[in-house]
Design a protein around this ligand. Structure first.
Ligand code: XMP
Ligand code: MG
Length: 184
């Protein structure tokens, strides 16, 4: 399928490529300032965070390391339960490291709060979170997110790493799906 064909699948563009890029410039500047002269390990959560990781990391003036985790959260239907299984663990020993988790989106925050305590138990110096998108439900969970790209409404979004049935991840913008796509 040609990428231009997906426009019929989208209801709306929520964030353009330019808006994402401008916000990433600001986030990278903040991260550079906060970790000045300090070690920094970026931990991306597969697969959704691939775009944010690449675009954020290349904006940093810092020399960072990058590592990846893949987790699956068990839940009933589309809601995550907070019960998480590690599908791919880090290659890096976290002892004494400054860890910045890089996420695409925080919805309930349950997966992330599990991830933070898991990584904290490995003896790092610090663990912080950067996410491109955050939905309102995340506010109810005890997870302190240091860097947030955009707070967005509680709608299902795709693009910029986010998928619906593994599609749309490679869109350079964030959009909402037209109801016909998910049978609405
Ligand atoms: P939590 O535990 O914060 O889970 O509820 C966050 C994970 O849920 C997925 N998610 C989405 N994926 N569009 C997507 O493509 C969305 O609007 C959306 N909301 C949540 C995503 O995998 C994220 O890591
Ligand atoms: Mg994710």
């Amino acid at each position: 399928m040609d990428r231009s064909d997906v426009s019929a699948d989208l209801a709306d563009i929520l964030l353009t490529e330019q808006q994402l890029g401008e916000r990433l410039d600001q986030m990278a500047a903040e991260i550079d300032a906060d970790y000045r002269d300090q070690d920094l390990l970026l931990v991306g959560v597969l697969k959704g965070a691939v775009m944010v990781m690449a675009d954020l990391a290349r904006r940093l003036h810092h020399t960072v390391e990058m590592d990846w985790m893949a987790v699956s959260s068990y839940g009933s239907g589309t809601k995550s339960s907070g019960v998480v299984r590690i599908l791919k663990d880090l290659d890096t020993d976290l002892t004494g490291r400054n860890v910045l988790i890089v996420e695409d989106i925080i919805d309930s925050g349950l997966t992330l709060s599990w991830l933070v305590s898991n990584l904290r138990s490995r003896g790092p110096r610090s663990v912080e979170i950067a996410t491109m998108l955050r939905k309102p439900a995340a506010a109810k969970v005890e997870v302190d997110v240091r860097y947030v790209g955009f707070d967005i409404p509680s709608e299902f979004v795709v693009g910029y790493g986010l998928d619906y049935a593994e599609k749309y991840r490679n869109l350079p913008f964030v959009g909402t799906l037209a109801p016909h796509v998910y049978g609405g």
